[in-house]
Ligand binder design. Structure first.
Ligand SMILES: Cc1cc2nc3c(=O)[nH]c(=O)nc-3n(C[C@H](O)[C@H](O)[C@H](O)COP(=O)(O)OP(=O)(O)OC[C@H]3O[C@@H](n4cnc5c(N)ncnc54)[C@H](O)[C@@H]3O)c2cc1C
Length: 421
């Protein structure tokens, strides 16, 4: 393989790399794909908790509104290979799909593995040479033009492969055990590319609020969560969240995490406010508490009353915040306490002190600066023959299948490069 003449080297065999390699080979290019792990597509295989939320059926503008930054840069990629194109492609490759709540698309089999395997089989059929355990350490250029790459093979020897084009698809820095350890940032930077500061996104948060220790294991469904930065309401999400020993987790936390992380990095005060009774007005909540008090015998304690309205794990923190003794009889729960309890149920504030590391982040925010990449081709503005695709770029989205679509659309567009350079 090493003496073969290639038109294109694809670096990284994740979602973007497999799409780019298969597509370029289908267009008649001689393609070699170098993957540093022992097999390709590891992250895709674990995505969506093993089910792979492969895309989202939302129409174009709504889809683009879920991209956290540089959505306009992504537009040409998406127009060239849309969510519908991806779904048609996968169904033609024998992967049946289903659309679930929130327009999220999954393989009908429920197996992320099927998505990865369809791509791997396609690459093989199109004649892509795949070399695993090949860690690219350098992109060789002369006069700002790509000549090939240097990689380290499984035996530790450095090898060179020549080609006039390279598509760099090494992913972000999140979940490094899947192979995405951020190598691409270094490779791009060495060639003069600017890297927008990388930080974890779609990541659990941490709270130094002492009461959180009582809440570990608690799952809250149907809550309204508002993110506050320096006291200002920034964004709102509805859904579920959970508390663990490590911090605040679950869908709504991940969805607000990008803004929370950026605010924490800027040294701002970050809090979440939970509306635990979102279907009721504050007045209705007050009436509900009063009704509970009237209906209970005088013998029950204040703690037991609180337990009738919130999950067990919240009793101790709530009693503390209402400033009542949970062991006292319910008769001592006066009108002022009812008002404080109602306030708390509608606006339960929890300070956010930190965020979890890249190891636990679903995606990486930041990356190769898209101002140095042509959006219509994804070729570098600095180095001829160098292309980018996937999470490596400063391009990330919310949960819901948008991130994989970014990888597939950009991989597909980068593969449209001309055969002769
Ligand atoms: C746990 C988890 C669940 C997720 N679930 C979803 C989901 O359901 N839906 C969704 O849309 N998104 C999901 N994502 C995000 C999505 O998987 C990624 O955004 C997407 O896989 C990025 O694709 P990529 O090809 O850019 O990078 P990756 O898939 O990370 O691929 C990069 C590849 O490059 C290889 N590589 C790195 N450095 C080198 C080197 N020096 N030489 C050679 N090869 C190298 C890596 O080994 C890796 O195989 C999830 C992410 C995680 C971590």
């Amino acid at each position: 393989m090493e003496n073969k003449e290639y038109n294109l080297i694809v670096v990284g065999g994740g979602a973007a790399g497999l799409m780019a390699a298969g597509m370029a080979a289908q267009r008649g290019l001689n393609v070699v794909l170098l993957e540093k792990m022992e097999k390709t597509g590891r992250k895709v295989r674990t995505s969506g908790k093993g089910r792979c939320n492969v895309t989202n059926t939302k129409p174009m503008e709504e889809f683009l509104s879920k991209i956290q930054c540089n959505a306009e840069f992504f537009r040409p990629s998406f127009m060239q290979f849309t969510n519908n194109s991806l779904m048609r492609f996968l169904e033609r490759r024998g992967v049946k799909l289903v659309v679930e709540h929130g327009d999220r698309v999954f393989p009908k089999s429920g197996k992320a593995w099927d998505i990865a395997q369809a791509l791997v089989d396609w690459c093989r059929e199109e004649g892509v040479d795949v070399i695993c355990e090949a860690k690219v350490e350098d992109i060789v250029t002369v006069n700002n033009k790509v000549l090939g790459v240097m990689y380290r093979n499984s035996r530790g020897f450095v090898r060179k492969i020549e080609a006039p084009n390279v598509i760099l698809c090494t992913g972000g820095a999140s979940y490094p055990a899947t192979g995405s350890t951020g190598d691409g940032y270094m490779l791009a930077h060495k060639l003069g590319h600017s890297i927008v500061e990388i930080r974890p996104s779609l990541v659990p948060l941490e709270s130094n609020y002492p009461e959180v220790r009582y809440m570990a294991g608690l799952l809250l469904k149907n809550i309204n969560l508002t993110l506050l930065v320096d006291g200002e309401r920034v964004t709102e999400e509805f859904g579920e969240m959970s508390f663990s020993k490590r911090g605040l987790e679950g869908a709504v936390i991940l969805r607000v995490s990008r803004k929370a992380v950026d605010a924490l990095i800027e040294g701002k005060t970050v809090e979440i406010s939970l509306d635990l009774k979102h279907a009721m007005t504050r007045e209705e909540v007050v009436r509900r508490i009063q009704r509970e008090i009237e209906e209970q015998p005088d013998t029950i304690t204040i703690g037991e009353l609180i337990r009738k309205i919130v999950p067990r794990e919240l009793v101790v923190p709530m009693a503390k915040l209402i400033d009542v003794n949970a062991r006292k009889p319910v008769g001592e729960f006066d009108e002022a306490a009812v008002e404080r309890f109602a306030d708390l149920l509608k606006d339960f504030r929890i300070p956010v002190s930190d965020y979890r590391p890249f190891e636990e982040a679903v995606v990486t925010a930041g990356g190769v600066d898209v101002n140095e990449i042509y959006p219509e081709t994804l070729e570098s503005k600095l180095v001829k023959g160098l292309y980018f695709a996937g999470e490596l770029m400063d391009l990330d989205a919310n949960t819901g299948g948008y991130n994989l679509q970014i990888a597939f659309s950009t991989g597909h567009l980068a593969a449209q490069l001309r055969k002769q350079k």
